[in-house]
Write a protein of this length. Structure first.
Length: 115
């Protein structure tokens, strides 16, 4: 199992970023995918999930209405569109999947929201 995040960077408050997670080594279309984030000095927290077929999505209250999770099963990729970014969104963002009760994580991508 291999998860590779990309798309992070420095953005001003109110700006947008689109994160990507390229997956390999498993049957991507069969699994729920999640995004988490970890800010400096804080625990890793849930951001969003999307079901295997993309029909069911859920978000943390802190990002609801601003972030959108989506997936392309033909490309084995899950996305996180982040709009109206705030300084408190600054964190390392991780892609996650659970397969047979084992958790897999990517290396993360840094998102910094600052003027």
């Amino acid at each position: 199992v291999h998860l590779v995040e990309s798309g992070g960077g420095l953005v001003q408050p109110g700006g947008s970023l689109r994160l990507y997670c390229a997956a390999s080594g498993f049957t991507f279309s069969s699994y729920t995918m999640r995004w988490y984030r970890q800010a400096p000095g804080k625990e890793r927290e849930f951001v969003a999930f999307i079901s295997s077929c993309g029909v069911t999505r859920n978000y943390a209250d802190s990002v609801k209405g601003r972030f959108t999770i989506s997936r392309d099963n033909a490309k084995n990729t899950v996305y996180l569109q982040m709009n109206t970014l705030k300084p408190e969104d600054t964190a390392v963002y991780y892609c996650h999947v659970t397969i047979i009760m084992r958790d897999y994580w990517g290396q993360g991508t840094q998102v910094t929201v600052s003027s």
